[in-house]
Write a protein that binds this ligand. Structure first.
Ligand SMILES: N[C@@H](CCC(=O)N[C@@H](CS)C(=O)NCC(=O)O)C(=O)O
Length: 202
């Protein structure tokens, strides 16, 4: 692969973490422009219509939206392993987990984590209970199957793990997390993957 891959990232951003994990899993060399969340560079602002990280530049291509970037990276020729399963049904499952993460899990995680310092009180009421329902959904899946989709680590893990990690890094650690034993085991196993440990040092 000739063109250099450059990502605009922010160390603590779970969306950017998705992209860094995917690139490490695929063993694709890349360079990182570390952005300051409170003061994005002019370059990033000029390239991203919503001024957000992550953003990827590959040759003349500019790609944003983390789950679009990870699919792009996965589709690059001669890059292995494939992180998106090959069957139509399993592809749809990965995209459904991603949709659920972006629209449900993350929504309630943010309301639980930040509360009324960021969100209207009405949105925060019941956030913990909704989050526990979401964790129950993950727990059910991971009690039946080692991975979220199919028989191997996939983009479903790449997309969801950073948010489960974010939840478990809240201080004090939410006491209800220990109830979700399969989720905790899954998170701890993924935390040890070289792609994740490499990502955490960036
Ligand atoms: N849907 C986007 C979300 C990216 C996102 O929200 N990134 C945050 C940092 S974690 C950001 O850049 N926020 C800046 C802002 O919203 O002004 C994706 O998947 O890439």
């Amino acid at each position: 692969m000739e063109d250099k891959i450059l990502i605009y990232s922010y160390r603590r951003c779970p969306f950017a973490m998705r992209v860094r994990i995917a690139l490490h899993e695929k063993k694709l060399p890349f360079e990182v422009v570390e952005e300051d969340l409170k003061n994005f560079s002019e370059k990033l602002r000029s390239l991203h219509p919503e001024a957000k990280v992550p953003l990827l530049i590959h040759g003349s291509r500019v790609i944003y939206e983390s789950a679009i970037i990870t699919e792009y990276v996965d589709d690059l020729p001669s890059s292995e392993p494939r992180l998106m399963p090959s069957g139509a049904g399993e592809k749809a499952e990965v995209r459904l987990w991603t949709y659920w993460c972006n629209h449900q899990f993350k929504t309630d995680l943010d309301r639980f984590k930040y509360g009324t310092s960021r969100f209207p009180e009405a949105e925060c009421v019941g956030a913990k209970e909704r989050l526990m329902v979401h964790l129950g959904k993950l727990e059910t899946q991971l009690s039946q199957s080692h991975w979220l989709v199919g028989k191997s680590f996939s983009l479903a893990e790449v997309h969801i793990f950073p948010f489960v990690r974010q939840l478990s890094r809240i201080q004090p650690v939410p006491e209800f997390l220990s109830q979700f034993k399969a989720v905790s085991k899954w998170r701890d196993e993924i935390s040890q993957r070289p792609s994740v440990t490499a990502t955490l040092t960036l």
